[in-house]
Design a protein around this ligand. Structure first.
Ligand SMILES: [Mg+2]
Length: 366
């Protein structure tokens, strides 16, 4: 089997016009087409990177996934571009062997992939009653875990010095208390600071919220200083989760060695793809660190992540977007199967889904 073409499809989405989603298809002379997704953020050049890297793969055997990954790394290709291409190669391999990808990764440790809802609050003003009502609605829809942003809605979260004011700290505590009281003790709650705060603010945040039994505090400060993050992880009562911007197991190795994360959140569409997420999870396991993959773009990344999660012993929970664009399910030939807050994967070969090209054309950002 040989690769004949690599195509990339930018599609509008929740973040458009700030940035699109990038879907990747790798075509073969066997008629099998593999599907992947790259997280490009504001880098629209990622489409060009995928196309240029893809052109160097024409004529290669798509089943030599590890070799191709290493070759692309040595060429200096952007890791998000590699991630999308690599995922498509696993889809090809699974289809060629007529098995789901999770079977190729060791089989199911987890038959149900638990998710947490990011964005349950979308459309609500930042007031306690509205967030509480949105949280209850998400729980009634079956979700068992929720995450809320604590930087975006407050002035301190946008301050250039990273200082969280006492007034904003009190408001944050009131919002978390309101959501916790509304959903009860058995629903898991997380908060995300997007790296907005300084070290004293990060520590105060933990002190203010430690009674609410949060599943984690995510990126209370920027993770570009591992020692600072490690101090927060050491001193905080609430577990610290980080790593959504890190690429490959080599970056995560430094995170583990610094003991700067209690939970990690690699993003499959940015960190290096399916096998890289599996390798990062294996490295995390040696530190007894659970894996909660970041997943904030399109449905292909969600499905691909779920395959790795299924086959990963130390998988904890996967991110899932509530309040996304209304047409998100049109992009694939089969909508995501969500049951009582868990993703259920089919036993179809490869990823088990195909891109719906009519929808891709309709919502194209090209
Ligand atoms: Mg985050």
């Amino acid at each position: 089997m040989k690769i004949t073409a690599v195509n990339v499809y930018p599609v509008k989405g929740r973040h458009w016009p700030r940035f699109p989603m990038f879907f990747v298809e790798v075509e073969t002379d066997a008629g099998i087409i593999g599907l992947g997704e790259s997280l490009g953020y504001k880098a629209s050049g990622i489409a060009q990177s995928i196309a240029e890297a893809g052109a160097t793969l024409v004529g290669q055997d798509p089943r030599r996934i590890e070799l191709i990954w290493q070759q692309l790394v040595r060429q200096g290709v952007h890791m998000a571009a590699i991630s999308g291409i690599e995922t498509a190669l696993w889809d090809i391999l699974g289809q060629s062997l007529n098995v789901p990808i999770y079977q190729l990764l060791g089989g199911q440790c987890h038959e149900r992939i638990r998710v947490y809802a990011d964005g349950f609050f979308r459309g609500a003003d930042y007031v306690e009653e509205e967030y509480a009502a949105k949280a209850v609605a998400a729980v009634e829809a079956g979700l068992t875990a929720l995450k809320m942003d604590v930087d975006e809605p407050i002035a301190s979260g946008h301050s250039i010095n990273g200082v969280m004011t006492s007034a904003d700290l009190r408001l944050t505590e009131a919002m978390v208390r309101s959501v916790r009281q509304a959903v009860g003790a058995d629903i898991d709650l997380c908060i995300d600071g997007h790296g907005a705060f300084d070290l004293p603010s990060a520590l105060r945040l933990d002190q203010a919220l430690r009674d609410y039994e949060l599943l984690w505090i995510e990126d209370p400060l920027s993770m570009n200083n591992l020692k600072a993050m490690a101090r927060v992880a050491l001193e905080s009562v609430t577990p610290i989760c980080t790593g959504e911007l890190l690429e490959t197991r080599f970056a995560f190795r430094e995170l583990f060695e610094a003991q700067a994360a209690d939970i990690i959140m690699p993003d499959l569409a940015r960190t290096g793809g399916i096998m890289e997420l599996k390798k990062i999870a294996a490295a995390a396991e040696t530190y007894r660190v659970p894996v909660a993959p970041h997943n904030m773009v399109g449905p292909v990344c969600t499905i691909a992540s779920a395959h790795v999660c299924a086959a990963t012993a130390n998988f904890m929970i996967l991110e899932y977007q509530l309040g996304d664009v209304a047409w998100i399910d049109e992009l694939l030939d089969a909508p995501l199967q969500l049951d009582k807050g868990d993703i259920l994967l089919s036993d179809k070969p490869g990823l088990g889904v195909k891109l719906n090209h009519a929808a891709v054309r309709k919502y194209s950002a090209a």
